[in-house]
Unconditional design. Structure first.
Length: 138
């Protein structure tokens, strides 16, 4: 009985330590790489959907990754972003956050982004950025 109780206590302590370490990893990762969705946050959210074909999806995704790595993420007011591809590789969804609406608009109007958007447009049927405010989080 004592052995089983001791094992149970050790298991509980180990499980708690693993949860704590896991929580720290997730928290640390989110602070540096993931957009935080919070209705109390003042950030501007932009959801952009890209319609493409399976044959152009990988090229489009590469162009979007390059745009974020080389230009967009360096712009004033940029907070975070994520790119998502559907299973059929016919759509890419982009979620980005900006400190202010004007920061996003300035990035879009820059010569660099206008050129990139022309190239991106050639790889997809259409794309549409839409600004949102977070209404609720569950």
């Amino acid at each position: 009985m004592r052995v089983r109780l001791a094992y149970s206590l050790l298991s509980s302590v180990e499980a708690a330590r693993r949860r704590e370490n896991s929580d720290m990893l997730v928290h640390s990762y989110r602070e540096t790489a993931m957009p935080m969705i919070d209705a109390a946050n003042d950030t501007q959210t932009v959801l952009t959907t890209f319609e493409c074909s399976p044959g152009t999806c990988a090229d489009l995704l590469d162009a979007l990754k390059a745009a974020y790595a080389e230009f967009i993420s360096q712009q004033e007011g940029f907070v975070a972003a994520g790119l998502h591809v559907n299973d059929a590789q016919t759509r890419i969804a982009n979620y980005s956050q900006w400190q202010r609406r004007e920061d996003f608009q300035a990035m879009l109007r820059s010569d660099e982004m206008r050129k990139r958007n022309r190239d991106i447009s050639a790889m997809c049927n259409r794309f549409e950025p839409v600004m949102y405010e977070v209404a609720a989080v569950f």
